[in-house]
Design a protein around this ligand. Structure first.
Ligand code: DC
Length: 217
């Protein structure tokens, strides 16, 4: 029997990370925030002065990336990267490099290594379509752009960053368009994925729907 995976994909700021982490906790499963991998990769590339369009160079760097998670914190070698990867700038850089097929291929094994007993809950853009196509449950979790901008706004303010609501709506629309229109693993509701629109749902209601779709056996 293969180790069960629950794959939760969806656009930026849909709340999928919070929901996925709670589903993982409820089931006692591991949790992987795949967006953080793209964010850390972009962060490392900027730190090393790499050109964000240098596909081969970025892929080579990604293959050797010494990255690990400890709870919410992400480490590059022994250094915690902290909130530096949570800014809008880091998100934009991540979205740019995420369009490069060689870079995505370089990160595949790293992501698959998180599949460990008793199970994995993961969120991203292509968890159900590319990284874990045999996931036990696939979910496409979304919310309206306005609601997502509100959620991102709250998150940024809580972290002590500056934020501007109209600029966030605009940024989310641009990022969605880039993530959805790229040819490599575009953001989309894949075959077999349950659609979960959380615009009018609480976090707990979203978590409960996903738990109801999962049956251990
Ligand atoms: O989920 P997030 O906003 O932290 O992700 C940051 C960027 O990384 C996002 O704009 C697209 C990219 N990404 C991706 O292409 N594939 C994933 N599985 C996760 C994130």
């Amino acid at each position: 029997m293969s180790i069960p995976v629950i794959a939760i994909d969806g656009p930026s700021a849909s709340g999928k990370g919070t929901v996925a982490a709670r589903v993982a906790k409820a089931l006692g499963f591991h949790y992987l925030d795949s967006g953080a991998i793209y964010r850390v990769t972009a962060h490392a590339a900027l730190q090393r002065g790499l050109d964000l369009t240098d596909e081969a160079g970025l892929a080579a760097m990604a293959r050797d990336l010494d990255l690990h998670f400890d709870g919410q914190e992400v480490y590059l070698a022994a250094t915690p990267v902290g909130d530096a990867i949570r800014t809008e700038e880091a998100g934009r850089a991540a979205s740019r490099i995420a369009a490069l097929p060689q870079l995505r291929a370089a990160l595949l094994e790293l992501q698959r290594a998180f599949r460990k007993a008793p199970g994995l809950v993961t969120d991203g853009r292509d968890m159900g379509s590319v990284v874990f196509p045999d996931a036990r449950v696939k979910v496409f979790l979304t919310a309206s752009p306005e609601e997502r901008a509100q959620r991102r706004y709250k998150q940024l303010i809580e972290k002590g960053f500056d934020a501007n609501l109209p600029a966030l709506v605009q940024d989310l629309r641009e990022r969605d368009a880039r993530d959805a229109s790229r040819s490599a693993a575009p953001l989309q509701q894949c075959t077999g994925a349950h659609l979960l629109d959380t615009t009018d749902l609480s976090i707990q209601e979203a978590v409960d729907r996903i738990l109801a779709w999962y049956s251990p056996d």
